[in-house]
Design a protein around this ligand. Structure first.
Ligand code: AMP
Ligand code: MN
Ligand code: MN
Ligand code: MN
Length: 291
């Protein structure tokens, strides 16, 4: 088995048109390769149907590859994202769990559109649809792109701030998967569960400690230390948390789109040396290109 160097340029978090990214899986694989990524995982929201294409593209490019997904979870009334890596993508319980997690999205999107209509933005459901690549995965991001196209806001960040976050007209409370279920689906399918971008959640220190403790108790094994949404100080903080909780450290850009994402594929700094990279525990799950 090829060795997995701790300083490998791994990018284990990004999105394609199968969820709310703007590039097809093949284009993402090519971009990852061109930008020097040495181990790549596509992690679409609540969905593994892009993985067959991602794997084939990676193989053709000689790019080492891991299966991946990003599961939406409700924890203490906050939406938390759990990345799964290196699982068997044909696992039935995982696929059924993800299908259930996706199933409320269309009704939620219609409610979001109704909320936006109340502030004078009409036809948002139909307007978002042309941006949707997977009918089972209508996301807030697709609404954001429509609102930018219509000139309501200058960019998607502004749409989220003004319309799509808690207390704003297009925000709809939603119940996603349970933390323990998501961690179990990934673990039982042979993969490793990772807390995605921990600095993004609005938790008190006590709630954050509860998330890490419960995640670990359910069998969760990793945390993203380096992501496109962490500052240098946040990366330091979650590196310390990884050590405190005995978690493996992950690294991923969370790239969605050349036009929208600030952090491109393969452009994060190296993980600090005292952390154990998640890919060291996944060496036997990586698909290495034929020599
Ligand atoms: P959803 O799963 O439909 O709730 O959409 C969540 C997605 O919205 C995230 O994965 C991000 O891609 C995007 N998102 C969330 N917050 C923001 C933000 N403040 N600015 C831009 N995109 C965001
Ligand atoms: Mn997203
Ligand atoms: Mn996320
Ligand atoms: Mn993501």
């Amino acid at each position: 088995m090829p060795s997995v160097h701790p300083l490998l340029n791994a990018d284990l978090h990004c999105h394609s048109t199968v969820s709310d990214g703007t590039l097809e899986p093949e284009a993402l694989a090519a971009r990852a390769r061109a930008r020097g990524v040495e181990l790549w995982a596509l992690t679409d929201h609540d969905e593994v149907s892009g993985l067959v294409r991602a794997r084939a593209a990676a193989r053709q490019l000689g790019l080492p590859w891991l299966s991946g997904c990003e599961i939406s979870v409700s924890f203490a009334s906050v939406t938390v994202h759990i990345v799964g890596l290196g699982f068997d993508a044909d696992d039935v319980a995982l696929r059924e769990g993800l299908a259930r997690t996706r199933s409320g999205r269309e009704a939620r999107a219609r409610e979001m559109a109704a909320g936006l209509a109340q502030v004078g933005i009409h036809g948002a459901f139909e307007g978002a649809l042309p941006y949707v690549g997977n009918p089972e995965l209508i996301s807030r991001t697709h609404f954001a792109r429509f609102l930018v196209e219509r000139g309501h806001c200058a960019d998607t960040g502004e749409v989220f701030r003004r319309y799509l976050t808690e207390g704003k007209p297009g925000y709809v409370e939603h119940r996603w998967a349970k933390l323990g279920d998501a961690v179990r689906w990934i673990g039982d399918a042979g993969g490793i569960a990772v807390i995605a971008h921990p600095a993004r959640y609005k938790f008190t220190p006590t709630e954050e400690y509860a998330l890490f403790s419960e995640f670990k108790a359910h069998g969760g094994r990793g945390v993203e230390v380096l992501t496109g949404s962490h500052s240098a100080a946040e990366a330091l903080k979650y590196g310390e948390m990884a050590l405190e909780f005995g978690l493996l450290a992950s690294r991923g850009s969370d790239f969605h789109s050349p036009e929208e994402s600030r952090t491109d594929l393969g452009s994060l700094p190296d993980l600090p040396g005292r952390l154990t990279p998640v890919w060291q525990a996944l060496a036997d799950r990586v698909e290495w290109p034929a020599q």
